[in-house]
Design a protein around this ligand. Sequence first.
Ligand code: ASP
Ligand code: MG
Length: 413
Amino acid sequence: MSRIVAKFGGTSVANLEKIEHAADKVAKEAGAGHEIAVVVSAMAGVTNQLVDYCRGISPVHDAREYDAVVSSGEQVTAGLMAIALQKRGIQARSWMGWQVPLLCDDVHGKARIEDIRTDEFEKRLRTGEVAVLAGFQGISTCNRIATLGRGGSDTTAVALAAAVGADRCDIYTDVDGVYTTDPRIVPQARKIPRISYEEMLELASLGAKVLQTRSVEMAMKHKVNLQVLSTFAEEVGSDLPGTIVMDEDKIMEKEVVNGIAYSRDEAKITLRSVADIPGVASKVFTPLAKANVNVDMIVQNVSQDDGATDMTFTVPRGDLNAAVDVLKKECTDTVHEIVTNTDVAKVSIVGIGMRSHAGVAQNMFQALADKGVNIQVISTSEIKISVLIAEEYLELAVRSLHRAFGLDDPQKA
Ligand code: ASP
Ligand code: MG
């Protein structure tokens, strides 16, 4: 017997038929003798609608009331799931975040979970009752409903799995796992059977939208066995059909490159001729950080004789105007000329095997050079290399890299 947390995302509970289908999966797992806690998202589209309602009344609104409104979607699906399970002869009960309780800080709209008190919850699990928890919500230090940021039901599921010591946390979604890259760009992309937390964390933060980044961080910290799998396929989680996200020590064969991610949500800012003296970078990046602009790749080119240098960095496209405003206002003595470009995209290769392999960057650059793709900015971590290129070459770059690193090869599947 295992203890399993099964999370169903919005597309998996998009209508009554789908909720019933999800309930069939839960019933099958419960029938096999497992203890099951279910975490549900709101029905697809509902949270967006609720967010729009708040904005419709007032573009600027109280975050606590926003939470009262947007958390309601999950309440509906939790109740409906419990009813669907009861109809199948399964003892089931819904739980809201405050009933567990799932305690959060008071950053309404993107609260962090601080503690989950699961005594009563676990007592019920042990009696064979299926507990259905509304995802995305908890209770803040000021005793009000708080939500965990968009996509936060993943984090609810992982946090719950850690708190109740679950053997596995299954994330049911509309894809059957994590892919080597976006199959819409590379039809040969294949499902990755096993991936390390660190690789998944890179892929999630690079824009692979299958898991909320925070949920992967939490899974890594608490070593929660996570599985991403399709709600629409025949199998249930215990058949292990999806992608398992796990500790890298348990992965025998460490791929040099396991996945290729990309993001179009990039804008490039170049500051021309800034003084090449100590303290300039901090003068530029401190006000940006204070304005919550998330700076990603940074390069500073070789100093010229005149003691000036060009500094280039990237920000999310939506933050470009805010970033330029901040620089113009707060860096009058350091920044004189700002050049921006939104016709850029980032492509990244990710793999833990990179740590022990030389020449990976060289392969990447060669593959891009062969296609005539110019690299504008490079950034690396231990297990990732990212390049910034012109957006028009994005698909070509992803396809070439997928091939260059042997990921097209069906043998590996
Ligand atoms: N319903 C919330 C959202 O759409 C939380 C989630 O589904 O993870 O962001
Ligand atoms: Mg999601």
